[in-house]
Ligand binder design. Structure first.
Ligand SMILES: O=c1[nH]cnc2c1ncn2[C@@H]1O[C@H](CO)[C@@H](O)[C@H]1O
Length: 538
């Protein structure tokens, strides 16, 4: 074989190997600006691979592109801070991301923002889950919980750290904060304790809780700590608004957040727990409209197409209880057809009930939806696991048999060639959450993530952030960054394909989808021109 023949056969083999990829068509018809922009990004990435990620500094060990997102070291306080300082990340922040299709609303807006909001509401009370006072010995495992209470509480103790504090006694938040034991840092120590309880810290992810099972034990407590704040209507309103503004600022133009409707009533401004789900939707709807109007007035209507809600409850309930939620979801869809995107059940798949427990109510849901002629698909989590054949892994069979329109995570689908074929052939997109998967210990770092297998098998992928407020990965830029630095095949064009696919596989009705995609294409071409004009060596 001549060298020329060898290299031609070699390039044919590579093309065949990549023949199923969805970015092929885009790659085959690149504009000049796209070619230049792709090259600029590859050059910046290559330069930073040495200048940022391959430091010879003695105190830094194991630094590499796509490394653990929360990792710290003596001179690099976190991987995230190193990412913030890169040119590649700045490019990512400017990229139009399309839709955010997988995020749990109560874990989306910045926790510091949430905490600042909380401190403005004197009605809020706090308690600790410890049997007695919070102390140096138990503070790392003690959880704060919050509730708006209008009647002054006489707990007998001034603060959570008083010797007389006993379990579950509510104390006004500002008082508890001011009187927090100076030995534990006083008010600043209180703030730190609360904020640490609502996020995952590197020492937990990579040390004390370094398995899927253990990190989930910590993860669920972050929701337990924040839920009393999130479910207070005035905070919920400001929070939802902040989620939109932060997302739009990061280039996300449409969102389908999941809202957890497990709790049936939210607390109203006066502390009564009487706000039904339909009011949560009305608030959400009003805020979407207000922001659209504001952006329109600024000539920025291309930046935001609105948002819909994926109705969720948690996989701890009985099949009978699930029926209440499916009926609630259908009633809400009938009242707010433009607001409800679909239905899902959430929670740690390795621990919670498998989908097989819910087949009857979910089949009944599908039948009722069809009978009523509603556009209300299942959008199920499945395969968020390391198991091979465990209940979380086999949830993938049920999600597909139940007709899920997309799969939340689908991390373990790469073990199932037939299921990957089904996704490709039927256009079932995966909502892939890279940083979530790494922090929740499904992958040690990004280069081990199965995303390239999914892409090479031609499955549509929408990159998603899952719980960015818990992971400190606000917006989508960090997830896009971790993906692009962890593959030599993936460049700007592959990211563009995933961004476009996030709109393509959203639940927007056809005409709105076309409009959203056309607007995304306009922004994409402006972005590409800008990147193409950068000097990679500057
Ligand atoms: O990655 C995930 N997989 C499954 N469930 C999740 C994930 N992230 C958050 N939640 C669940 O969503 C609810 C809050 O809205 C919580 O129940 C949390 O456990």
């Amino acid at each position: 074989m001549s060298l020329q023949d060898y290299y031609s056969t070699r390039s044919d083999l590579i093309s065949q190997d990549r023949a199923r990829r969805r970015d092929n068509i885009r790659l085959a018809s690149l504009t000049e600006a796209e070619k230049r922009a792709d090259k600029v990004v590859r050059d910046i990435r290559a330069a930073e691979e040495t200048s940022v990620w391959n430091s010879d500094h003695e105190s830094i060990k194991n630094i590499f592109p796509g490394m653990e997102f929360l990792t710290g070291s003596p001179i690099l306080s976190t991987s995230k801070e190193a990412i913030d300082a890169t040119r590649l990340f700045k490019v990512m922040t400017k990229m139009p991301k399309g839709a955010l299709l997988h995020a749990h609303l109560d874990a989306t807006a910045d926790k510091k923002f949430l905490w600042e909001l909380a401190l403005r509401h004197p009605i809020l009370h706090v308690r600790a889950t410890t049997p007695g006072p919070v102390s140096a010995a138990n503070i790392s495992s003690a959880l704060p919980e919050f509730m708006p209470i209008s009647e002054p509480q006489l707990s007998g103790a001034l603060s959570l750290t008083d010797a007389g504090y006993s379990a579950d006694k509510w104390i006004p938040l500002s008082q508890a904060r001011e009187a927090f034991d100076p030995a534990l840092g006083g008010p600043a120590g209180f703030d730190k304790w609360v904020l640490d309880s609502m996020v995952i810290n590197p020492a937990e992810a990579y040390g004390t809780h370094n398995t899927v099972t253990k990190i989930w034990q910590k993860f669920v407590t972050t929701f337990r700590a924040s839920t009393g704040l999130f479910l207070y209507r005035p905070i919920y309103n400001d929070y939802v608004r902040q989620f939109f503004l932060e997302s739009i600022a990061d280039g996300i133009s449409y969102m389908e957040p999941r809202i957890n409707f497990y709790t049936k009533f939210m607390f109203d401004a006066s502390g009564e727990q009487n706000v039904p789900h339909r009011e949560w939707l009305r608030d959400f709807d009003r805020i979407v409209k207000e922001i659209k109007e504001e952006l329109k007035n600024e000539g920025r209507e291309d930046e935001f197409f609105g948002a819909k809600i994926i109705y969720t409850t948690v996989r701890i309930i009985t099949p009978e209880e699930l029926q209440w939620y499916t009926e609630d979801c259908i009633a809400l869809k009938q009242e707010f057809p433009h607001l409800i995107a679909g239905f899902d059940v959430v929670g740690d798949e390795n621990v919670c009930r498998p989908l097989t427990d819910y087949i009857a109510p979910l089949l009944a849901f599908n039948a009722r939806v069809a009978e009523l002629g509603l556009d209300l698909p299942l959008l199920l989590h499945a395969g968020e696991t390391l198991t091979d054949g465990g209940k979380a892994d086999t949830n993938l069979y049920d999600a597909l048999l139940l007709g899920t329109k997309r799969i939340g995570h689908g991390f373990s689908i790469v073990k199932h060639p037939k299921l990957m074929d089904m996704c490709r052939e039927q256009g079932i997109a995966l909502e892939v959450c890279p940083i979530s998967n790494e922090i929740l210990r499904l992958t040690s770092s990004m280069p081990m993530h199965p995303l390239p297998i999914m892409l090479n098998n031609g499955i549509p992928v929408a990159l998603s952030s899952d719980d960015p407020a818990v992971f400190g990965s606000m917006g989508l830029s960090y997830d896009f960054f971790q993906v692009i630095v962890s593959s030599e095949v993936t460049g700007l064009i592959t990211l563009g394909q995933m961004a476009r696919d996030s709109l393509e596989f959203s639940t927007l009705p056809t005409s709105e989808k076309e409009e959203a995609i056309a607007s995304w294409e306009r922004r994409w071409h402006r972005f590409v021109e800008e990147v193409a004009s950068l000097d990679p060596s500057a």
